[in-house]
Design a protein. Structure first.
Length: 262
């Protein structure tokens, strides 16, 4: 697989790092909060065997510029819109995980179906009211270091049925790619935003994916019931990082939706 890398520059002067590979229909991968595009490593190359795949780092993440401004889903959606234009993409499938899912909702709110083929929301709710509370013990425990808490949280997210089974080398790169985005007040407020009124007017094919062990499942179920024609795929052995935990299934489901979104 021949992979190309580069930088885009947004209209407010921020350089965004991206990678692309493959040919055919366009798939754009949007990662979650506090990580970077490396988290798609079980998906990028596989999907690029069939499609033209682009992944980029949010501003403040990975190899994109580390800036203190513009951290909100509306600005992120604008960044995605500009990336699509600068790379001259068309009929794009957006695949957004967690904060990336909220960014997809923001894109739909701001730009409608412009440049889009379809959207895949990966384990993000439409509002905290339709999100399960954190499980007991999920919060940082007294005396637990920040690093130990991060490692425990990632184990539970990536391997919810058996956290201790996550290989050490996998955990190491996940930790290395964690916690890069500034704690922005706008992002915190965005986490409370109610996307439910948007659902009935979304006019592109939408696939909702969620892990059975994820608190976001009720929100994905709500969206699937209220977005016209939307589908829901539940990953029985996964939590929040279903694209990693059940990567083979995720890649098949996404590829199938690219080819048959109706």
């Amino acid at each position: 697989m021949q992979k190309q890398t580069g930088y885009l520059r947004t209209n407010d002067g921020v350089r965004l790092y991206y990678e692309e590979a493959g040919s055919g229909k366009n798939v754009l991968l949007i990662h979650g909060r506090g990580v970077n595009l490396v988290w798609w490593q079980r998906n990028f190359a596989v999907l690029a065997e069939q499609f033209h795949v682009v992944a980029l780092d949010f501003r403040g993440c990975g190899r994109s510029d580390q800036v203190a401004w513009g951290h909100g889903t509306a600005r992120y959606a604008m960044d995605i819109y500009e990336a699509i234009q600068q790379l001259e993409l068309h009929d794009v499938m957006l695949v957004g995980w967690s904060l990336g899912g909220r960014t997809c909702y923001a894109y739909l709110e701001l730009f409608g179906r412009q440049h889009l083929h379809s959207v895949v929301i990966v384990d993000d709710t439409v509002h905290p009211d339709v999100h399960l509370p954190p499980p007991e013990g999920a919060a940082q425990q007294p005396g637990e270091s920040d690093e130990d808490f991060t490692r425990r949280s990632i184990r539970c997210m990536a391997s919810p049925e058996n956290p201790d089974a996550l290989p050490a080398e996998e955990l190491d790169w996940m930790v290395a790619a964690w916690g890069e985005i500034p704690e922005a007040a706008t992002l915190t407020a965005d986490g409370q935003k109610d996307w439910r009124p948007l659902c009935p007017v979304i006019a592109v094919p939408v696939l909702l994916t969620s892990g059975r062990h994820s608190g976001a499942l009720p929100g994905c179920q709500y969206a699937a019931e209220h977005i016209p024609g939307a589908r829901l795929e539940v990953f029985e052995h996964s939590g929040h990082a279903l694209f990693y935990t059940e990567a083979d299934k995720f890649n098949r489901v996404v590829a199938g939706f690219v080819d048959n979104p109706a």
